[in-house]
Structure formats: structure tokens, C-alpha cells
Write a protein that binds this ligand. Structure first.
Ligand code: NAP
Ligand code: MG
Length: 491
């Protein structure tokens, strides 16, 4: 088991030697310890990343040369896919097939950005048409520099890949801190990058706490860009740190996403996508469609089918065959979700199903998938992210009502609509104030398509070409191309 920091191409113990326990959320067993980096380690890592960027020539390589490393990392991930997926399960709790899917997606992300790195060679500059014919001008893209990336525990390897792959493709070097709760697969990623021969300092992965190692990354003057996924309050701190030093910043902060189902929708398909939208990954998904709005013509029938199917979900250790819902990631997360359900009840909501620790599970952070109805629209259960397998279901009458209810949130990450009327679905999709909109589905995520939120759900976009832009500056190069003297001072 790896338990050191990966800095400047070497595995090292932290300067001050702190550790943190790694707990399996399915069994509550302490599996191992990992290193806890402090500001001293972060400083060494940032200096290595600076050297790799400023002197060793990572940004000077051609896109095709960088792409070779990215493809080697993708191959490395795939060659150990099952082993890495297993690590993700015992660290995060998610069912194995979901982890396996995540790991395949992580490899795909490295391949995709390898392709974009190659394209940077063929299309490195854009000619600017100037009205003044004495000048020629072009815009070129250049890497921002050293990126500091901080990620959450819900998709550990995938979130690491969403940051590392585009940063390296762009020619940036990077210092990454995984979530303390789920660091094991990020350490495997470091090992794979090392085996791929990535030059020292280009990728540095430091385990440790947010308040110490994370804070040191965001405060470091040697970091040019901060990339963060996680909670709003921490996102706010990161933006404040970026503001102080005018660092570039991108934030992905979760939400309270709506799923609008019209009464012409197929009920069985709607139930399937509603479940996928909230129970996948135990509902610990930033884009989870946790507010389901159902048109009153099918509300009762749909709710009955949803409860029926939800009650059948197989709960258990993610390593067991057929399990669809694992434990939540930690005791703290479990306690928070249980408290949110209790608060919803106090506010007057009805628990249509779930809401309890499942029978036969004394150990592990398990919770039944939970459906709430009659949730007051001004209560926290309706307005705040719960980040667990808890969905609020609410009826609506008209399209106008549905749009108003859907958009009445300080968040705007995702939104979904289901209807057989394609024109109506497109109209509602256009009306949603959200960065990601799904029609007749919820949650499918594609490396090629932009990902990010409106309003308090974040700033900037990851994935696709937008994800690469996150790590690029734009430089104007203008040339005086006339034979005539300029003639202002010297006539
Ligand atoms: P969080 O506190 O925002 O943690 C995300 C990352 O930020 C972790 O790596 C964390 O380190 C780090 N961090 C914490 N404080 C920091 C600081 N001062 N400076 C720099 N980095 C810092 O999220 P969480 O505690 O894992 O989850 C809390 C809530 O956030 C959840 O209940 C959920 O509502 C939301 N969330 C959203 C997403 C999303 O995808 N948008 C993902 C996860 C959670 P540690 O290793 O110490 O945790
Ligand atoms: Mg863990």
C-alpha cells in the first residue's frame, strides 16, 4: 500500500511526518495510513512544478510529445483497471461496477486530452484580421503555468483525471491534493504517471488535509491557477485566495438540480432515470437530480412505482455482486444526511420510503435510499444540497410552474426534463438556468461535452475543449509589417 507523497518524480515521506487513517466505509475498518502533507511539502512540490514549467521544458514540448505521456497514462490505468476499481470501492464505498466505469472513464479522459494536445500542434495560432493593414496580428494559446488542484471524495480517480489530463495536455505542471477520505487511487495515478516516464515535477500528488495541505496550495505564490471541485464554502475560500493573488480559478461546487417530468412521459423510463439521477454513487453526486417535479396527471402513479422500485434496491458492500447502493463515504457524511432527513421531517415532510439504517447492517455507513414528499419549498431539504441518496418529489400543474420551481434555486449545475413532446422538452431545456441540461435522461456525462454550473454552482467549465481552455492563456502577437517608417516622433 502506498503511503508517501509523490513530489518531483520521487516517493517521499512528509517533512513533518504526519499521517491520516484510511477507513473502509463498508466495514469501518482502518485499512492503512497515508501521509499528511504540510506547507513545507507543498512548498517543495510547487517549486518542483515551477522548475518543470519554467526551466525543464514541459510547456515547450510539442502537443504530440505530451500526448504520448497522456496515452501512456491512459494505458497504465486500463492495464490495472480492476485493481484500481477495487481500491476505489474499499476507499469510497461505491459499488464495483460504478467504480469500474469511473476508472474506464478516467483512462478515456487521458486519451481524449491526448487528442486535444495533438490538435494544438496543427492549430497553434489564430490570425486576427486588423483594419490597419500595416500590421499583422495573431493570437496564440500558452499554458498558464503551475496549476494547484483540489478534489473531493465522490469520484476520486475521475476528478483527479478531469484536472490532471487537461492541465498536462495544455502544457501546465500540476500539484494535486486528493480528498483525505479517498486518496488511494490518486496515489496509483502518481505511480502510473511515474511508470509512463513523466518528467519529474510535472505531476505532484500530495495527500493531506484541506485545512493544512489544501490551504498551503491555494496560498502559494508559485501557483498560477487553482482548479477546485467540492463544497460551496470551500470554493468561496479558494476564490478569495485566488482574488488576493489574481490567480486564475475554476470552481465546480454542486447544486440542487431539478428533474421535470411531464405527464406524457413513459412512467417506467422516468422512474429508471429518476433513480439513476439520485441513487447512483449513493447520491453523492454534484449534479444529482435531487428535486423531482412531476406533473399532477401522473404524480401518484409515478410516485408509487418509484417507491416500489426504490424499496428493491440491493444495499451492501460495493464488492458484493449485484449491489446497487453502497455505504456513504464517511461517518460524518452519514450523520449529515441522517440529520438532513430528520430536519425535513421536522419541517413537515413525509418519508415515502427509506430514511433509516437498513436492517442487518450494524457496521458501515449505510442508509436506505430515501424519498421525501410534501417537502416545504422554503425548507433546507428543498433548497440545500444533501449529498446522499435522498430525493424530494413534488407535483406541478403547468409548464410555467415547473420552470419557475426548477429555477428557484441559488444553484444552477444541472437540470433534466422528460417529455414525449420534443418541442416542449427543448423549450424547457432552453428555459433552465443551469450549465448541464439532460433531455429524457439524467446524469450521463461525456468527456467531450462542457461541464460546469451557473450561479453558485461554480465558475468555468471542465471537460471538452473548454476543459483545456481552463489551463491556457491567450497571447496577442502583433507585428508592424510595413516598409514605411511609423513617423510619429521621427518625421
Ligand atoms: P469540501 O470540504 O469542499 O472538500 C473538497 C476538497 O477541498 C477536499 O480535498 C478538502 O480537503 C479540500 N479543502 C477543504 N478545506 C480546504 C481549504 N481551506 N483549502 C483548500 N482545500 C480545502 O467538501 P467535503 O467536506 O468533502 O464535502 C462537504 C460537502 O461538499 C458535501 O456534503 C457536498 O454537499 C459538497 N460536495 C460537493 C462535491 C461536488 O462534486 N461538487 C463533491 C464533494 C462534496 P479534505 O481532504 O480535508 O477533505
Ligand atoms: Mg476512505
Amino acid at each position: 500500500m502506498r503511503n508517501e507523497l509523490y513530489i518531483d518524480g520521487k516517493w517521499v515521506a512528509p517533512v513533518k511526518g504526519g499521517t491520516c487513517e484510511v477507513i473502509n466505509p463498508a466495514t469501518e475498518e482502518v485499512m492503512q495510513t497515508i501521509a499528511s502533507a504540510t506547507a513545507e511539502d507543498v512548498d517543495i512540490a510547487v517549486k518542483a512544478a515551477r522548475r518543470a514549467f519554467d526551466k525543464d521544458g514541459w510547456p515547450k514540448l510539442s502537443g504530440a510529445q505530451r500526448a504520448k505521456y497522456l496515452r501512456a497514462i491512459a494505458d497504465g490505468i486500463r492495464s490495472r483497471q480492476a485493481e484500481i476499481a477495487r481500491l476505489e470501492v474499499i476507499d469510497n464505498g461505491k459499488p464495483f461496477p460504478e467504480a469500474d466505469w469511473d476508472v474506464a472513464d478516467a483512462a478515456g479522459c487521458f486519451d481524449y486530452y491526448a487528442g486535444l494536445a495533438e490538435l494544438m500542434d496543427t492549430n497553434p495560432e489564430e490570425t486576427i484580421a486588423l483594419a490597419d493593414g500595416r500590421f499583422t496580428s495573431k493570437a496564440v494559446k500558452e499554458p498558464i503555468g503551475v496549476a494547484g488542484a483540489i478534489i473531493p471524495w465522490n469520484y476520486p480517480l475521475l476528478m483527479a483525471s478531469w484536472k490532471v489530463a487537461p492541465a498536462l495536455a495544455a502544457g501546465c505542471t500540476i500539484v494535486l491534493k486528493p480528498a483525505e477520505l479517498t486518496s488511494l487511487t490518486a496515489l496509483e495515478l502518481a505511480a502510473i504517471a511515474d511508470e509512463a516516464g513523466l518528467p519529474p515535477g510535472v505531476l505532484n500528488i500530495l495527500t493531506g488535509s484541506g485545512s493544512v495541505a489544501g490551504q498551503a496550495i491555494i496560498d502559494h505564490k508559485g501557483v498560477d491557477k487553482l482548479a477546485f471541485t467540492g463544497s460551496g464554502p470551500v470554493g468561496s475560500k479558494i476564490m478569495a485566495a485566488a482574488a488576493r493573488d489574481i490567480k486564475r480559478v475554476s470552481l465546480e461546487l454542486g447544486g440542487k438540480s431539478p428533474f421535470v417530468v411531464f405527464d406524457d412521459a413513459d412512467i417506467e423510463r422516468a422512474v429508471e432515470w429518476i433513480m439513476f439521477g439520485i441513487f447512483w454513487n449513493q447520491g453523492q453526486v454534484c449534479s444529482a437530480t435531487s428535486r423531482v417535479l412531476v406533473q399532477d396527471g401522473i404524480y401518484e402513479r409515478l410516485l408509487a412505482r418509484l417507491v416500489e422500485e426504490t424499496d428493491k434496491i440491493k444495499i451492501g458492500n460495493g464488492l458484493e455482486e449485484g449491489v446497487l447502493l453502497g455505504p456513504l463515504v464517511s461517518k460524518r457524511q452519514h450523520d449529515q444526511v441522517v440529520a438532513a432527513i430528520a430536519a425535513a421531517k421536522d419541517a413537515g415532510a413525509t418519508i415515502a420510503c427509506g430514511g433509516e439504517r437498513p436492517e442487518g447492517f450494524d457496521k458501515g455507513y449505510y442508509l436506505q435510499p430515501t424519498i421525501l414528499t410534501g417537502v416545504p419549498l422554503d425548507s433546507a431539504a428543498w433548497t440545500e444540497e444533501i449529498f446522499g441518496p435522498v430525493v424530494c418529489v413534488h407535483p406541478f400543474e403547468t409548464e410555467e410552474d415547473a420552470i419557475a420551481l426548477a429555477n428557484d434555486s441559488r444553484f444552477g449545475l444541472a437540470a433534466a426534463v422528460m417529455s414525449k413532446d420534443d418541442i416542449r422538452a427543448e423549450r424547457v431545456a432552453a428555459a433552465f438556468r443551469a450549465g448541464i441540461v439532460w433531455i429524457n435522461c439524467s446524469q450521463p456525462t461525456f468527456t467531450e461535452a462542457p461541464w460546469g454550473g451557473y450561479k453558485e454552482s461554480g465558475i468555468g467549465r471542465e471537460l471538452g475543449r473548454w476543459g483545456l481552455e481552463n489551463y491556457l492563456e491567450t497571447k496577442q502577437i502583433t507585428k508592424y509589417a510595413s516598409e514605411d517608417p511609423w513617423g510619429w516622433y521621427i518625421k
